[in-house]
Design a protein around this ligand. Sequence first.
Ligand code: PAF
Length: 291
Amino acid sequence: MQICNTIPALRQLLDEYRKKGKSIGLVPTMGALHSGHISLIEKAKSGNDVAVCSIYINPTQFNNQEDFEMYPQTVEKDCELLKPAGCDVVFVPSHEEMYPGGFHNDLTKLDFGSISEELEGKFRPGHFNGVGIVVSKLLNIVNPDKAFFGQKDLQQFLIINKLVKDFSFGVELVCCPIIREKDGLAMSSRNSRLSQEERNEASLLFKVLSQAKEKLIFGEDVNVVGNEAKEKIASNKFFKLEYFEIVDIKSLKPIHQIKGLEDIALFVSAYLGKARLIDNILINATKCSDN
Ligand code: PAF
């Protein structure tokens, strides 16, 4: 496994692979890797000759300075996990490499339209602009055949999908299923911020999502199901609910009546102590990769 810290070094290495006809799969990450990321690396390796993982904590996508400063930095440990997973190349750039003009400057603004205004967009102003910029940079730098993202950040995936289509990036995007702990908690780098007491409560979000999904499949009223779910989370003293929404998978706008179950996704975000947790569930699990 080779580690590159600069764009020219990475481009040179990948050009050599390409000259030999090798296909390249990219897994963009911010490090603090867990089994969810490792499953993406394994997918990248099984579908391509060369698996590249980028580790870069992108400052422009943090709308909260404390969240940025608290983001775990574990590059050495990450590399120890990446090697046995089959990763060939790790790209670990500095801020100067990624934003030579500085990241506080007036960077290009991306407007993804209404899908970026729903859900996370309401609580994390500027977040998707920062994601769009860094993912565009990574796609331009690596020029992968395929890029792999987790369904846990489903809104992010839909936005990157739009970015790739709108700017005609020659990459195939792959959305991979959420990897969960035994009790259902979606794996996340931010879970390390949970105290033992908070961790014991953390699976509530998945339980509420799963119960709501079952009720919708059973034909219960969307508004009733949504309100019950919100109540269950809000009444738990450990959680501070931001949103629980039952939405149309394409527009991400809340739905109040069910037309077709396969077009529905359920999203939740809540603070548990200092950790901001997000999760989602699809009624039709194949929908993620269809988009
Ligand atoms: O999902 C993430 O970890 C980040 O948003 C990404 C895609 C690596 C961009 O910084």
